[in-house]
Ligand binder design. Structure first.
Ligand SMILES: [Zn+2]
Length: 568
């Protein structure tokens, strides 16, 4: 029998085969005494010698993803962090970014590289793993798959303006009012010089009303064309005309848009809105326009300003036609240079509207892909690619995001997650929440992807455990409240930072029972000793430890065997 002083009685000791039993005693915040019980026989009777042993604790600084969760937790308990513990979720040593030399001058003619364009010979080619490999290759910023809709016999007519009006004429359309100009120009308000900012005003309408505008704009242009033909002197340059661009039309409702959404299931899995290897299918809730389809209705000159996708995710865009779109794209490698141009022109890179002046990019040695997307062409924007688009003709487009679970995509998503935090911009993809969901459900066979995710989980546990211990040491109660089905990820109400597991909750109005989630910093700003704050914990640390330990690199052979055995 033994007694564990100060702790809860761990039950009767039933003479384990092991000669040693270790009993951990938690003494306050970070100290721990291990007591070694050694069973000895004397005169035929068993007794126990008790002796204190040196703690076998690995210093937190040397903990790596090779350590177990319990070693990690012990190491966390061994440090005393004064103030906030803050470390990156990324380890530079695990970086998988391609080496693109930016300092060697690129000859002028090479600054307009040809865009990788794929012509599929057969429907089967669309489902080849080679296509996925090509599109997600970190070296390929953008891929155009020519005539994909035709190869797969996609009925794009379902997304024509006529069909959309028939399906849901009252559906909401966000409108951007813009000034039409040539695709490679962006004039300042005075019209005196080229510039980067391209603000447009926002309003709202319906599909039916925009359809009417789109049709009459087309009709008008025909009349202008005819008059140009007969009276060449009356020729009008299509510059300076005010146009309306119908954007962000939400096609997420599976009942309203059933035939349209069903049609898109004909796409190869990696391009689909939903698939098991898509990180956005592991968010657990809808992110409008990312893991749902959005529609764009355009007249010539309609501009989607420069941007990278939310959290650097990939995007899929199909031109429905009848007109073309012109695209510009720059590899992720150059985003910081473009960011500097935005800063110079006083427009916010992440949240503002800007249209790059091509000359500025060329003179900074930045190659720009430029190509035409015809009806039926699918544009694959790879992770992190900066791009901007202008309609050449009258057309509709459909688009959504995908997050193929590969190392490059994962790294870029986390990098942007951290940059967003610096810039106080919300990460639309809650990457910590997604990382844990992925670890729980996906078998990873790629070592680089595995290392990146495992490291992120390790950092997540560190942050949680250290914060937890600090709260407990200061006498703050933590209430466990397990997550329910479809519960969303949480963000801080003040700074938009993702808040994972430990939620700092205040009750804003006691009568309405509305609760507001904050991050630790923002909660302390409101209530330094957290007196008015309830701390909720959504996962037990043992649960996270189990997920962490069970998340291992799976060999390709083993995965194939497991898959095959399901059919036996
Ligand atoms: Zn905050």
């Amino acid at each position: 029998m033994f007694f564990c002083p100060g702790g809860s009685a761990p039950g009767k000791f039933k003479g384990s085969r092991s000669f040693q039993v270790l009993c951990s005693l938690s003494l306050g915040m970070s100290k721990e005494v291990k007591i070694l019980l050694v069973r000895v026989k004397s005169d035929g009777r068993q007794t126990y010698n008790i002796s204190e042993v040196e703690e076998q604790r690995i210093p937190l600084s040397t903990i790596s993803i090779r350590n177990t969760a319990s070693e990690l937790i012990k190491a966390c308990k061994g440090v005393w962090v004064k103030g906030k513990f803050k470390e990156s979720y990324l380890l530079p040593a695990f970086s998988v970014k391609p080496n693109i030399e930016v300092h060697i001058p690129i000859p002028r003619d090479k600054l307009n590289p040809p865009t990788p364009s794929i012509y599929l010979e057969s429907k089967r080619d669309a489902f080849s793993p080679v296509l996925l490999q090509f599109c997600t290759d970190p070296k390929n910023a953008v891929t155009v798959i020519r005539g994909l809709a035709g190869s797969l016999r996609l009925n794009l007519g379902l997304f024509s303006t006529k069909s959309l009006v028939e399906a849901n004429s009252d559906h909401a359309v966000e409108v951007r009012t813009q000034v039409q100009q040539p695709a490679d120009e962006n004039w300042d308000l005075k019209g005196s010089s080229q510039t980067w900012p391209c603000e447009s005003s926002r309003s709202h309408t319906t599909i039916a009303k925009y359809a009417q505008y789109q049709a009459s704009s087309f009709q008008e242009s025909l009349e202008v064309c005819i008059s140009c033909f007969f009276f060449p002197s009356s020729e009008q340059k299509p510059v300076g005309k005010v146009i309306k661009f119908g954007t962000n039309i939400d096609l997420s409702d599976p009942k309203r848009w059933k035939p349209q959404l069903q049609e898109l299931l004909k796409l190869p899995a990696f391009m689909r809105v939903e698939s098991s290897n898509n990180m956005l299918s592991h968010v657990g809730h809808t992110i409008l326009g990312m893991n749902t389809v959005q529609l764009y209705m355009k007249v010539p000159g309609s501009r989607t300003p420069g941007h990278q996708e939310n959290n650097n995710f990939c995007s899929v865009n199909i031109n429905i036609g009848p007109g073309d779109c012109e695209w510009f794209a720059v590899h992720e490698n150059y985003w910081e240079a473009i960011n500097r141009f935005c800063e110079k022109h006083g427009v916010d890179y992440l949240t503002g509207s800007w249209w790059p002046v091509l000359e500025d990019l060329y003179s900074s040695n930045i190659p720009v892909y430029r190509f035409i997307q015809r009806p039926g062409d699918l544009v694959w924007i790879n992770a992190g690619t900066v791009h901007w688009v202008q309609a050449v003709g009258w057309c509709n487009n459909i688009a959504w995001n995908v997050g193929p679970l590969n190392s490059y995509q994962y790294q870029l998503a986390l990098e942007r997650f951290e940059w967003n935090e610096v810039k106080k911009v919300k990460s639309i993809v809650p990457m910590i929440h997604v990382s844990w969901n992925v670890a729980r459900t996906i078998k990873i066979t790629d070592p680089d992807t595995y290392k990146l995710i495992k490291h992120c989980l390790m950092q997540s546990i560190k942050h949680i455990q250290i914060l937890r211990d600090q709260l407990v040491a200061s006498g703050k109660k933590i209430s466990y409240q397990s997550r329910v089905k479809d519960e969303p990820a949480y963000y801080c109400n003040e700074c938009d930072l993702e808040v994972f597991n430990l939620l700092f909750v205040t009750s804003e109005s006691s009568s309405k029972k509305s609760y507001v989630v904050h991050c630790e910093d923002c909660a302390r700003r409101k209530s330094p000793a957290l007196t008015a704050v309830v701390v909720l914990e959504q996962y037990r640390i043992e649960e996270l430890m189990r997920t962490y330990d069970n998340f291992t690199l799976v060999s390709v052979m083993l995965q194939m065997f497991t898959k095959a055995s399901r059919f036996l």
